[in-house]
Design a protein around this ligand. Structure first.
Ligand code: SF4
Ligand code: SF4
Length: 137
């Protein structure tokens, strides 16, 4: 089965070969969907893990023991273009730059590949134009 996780790396865990250990110790394939990690700094990564359900559960326990924070990420961010009025408020809370307000065009731009699915933008929108689009069950 597949499971999507958002991993938060503390500074001391950034250099760990996480994907290698997941493959060797748990027979889990880790596909990195997004990553925002600078050398010697904390960071965030969204990964899609594929493997046996028991191994996935064991791997989550192991990741937490390595000091990583983890959160199951059930979908992707969607912007309802019919509701959005390009006010730009959401871009001010986005930590990854996925939401960007262009002052020249007065338009909001959403770069999905940069999105960490942290969901901080969802409550920031006064028009409820941002939502979490859940993965199909
Ligand atoms: S969920 Fe929203 S705030 Fe978080 S990275 Fe994605 S676009 Fe930015
Ligand atoms: S806060 Fe809502 S209305 Fe404003 S730019 Fe973002 S998505 Fe559009």
């Amino acid at each position: 089965m597949k499971r999507r996780l958002t991993l938060h790396f503390p500074r001391e865990a950034v250099h760990q070969p996480i994907t290698y250990r997941l493959a060797v110790d748990f027979d889990i394939a880790a596909k990195i969907l997004r990553a925002q990690i600078a050398p010697n700094q904390s960071g965030t990564m969204v990964v899609e893990l594929s493997g046996d359900i028991d191994e996935l559960d064991a791997a989550e326990v192991w990741l937490e023991r390595q000091g990583l924070g983890l959160r199951r990420t059930p979908g992707e961010i969607g912007i309802d273009s019919h509701r959005c009025v390009d006010c730009g408020i959401c871009s001010s809370v986005c930590p990854s730059g996925a939401l960007r307000f262009d002052p020249l065009t007065a338009r909001l731009h959403f770069e999905a590949p940069r999105c960490l699915v942290c969901e901080q933008c969802i409550p920031s929108c006064p028009l409820e134009a941002i939502s979490l689009v859940l993965d199909p069950a």
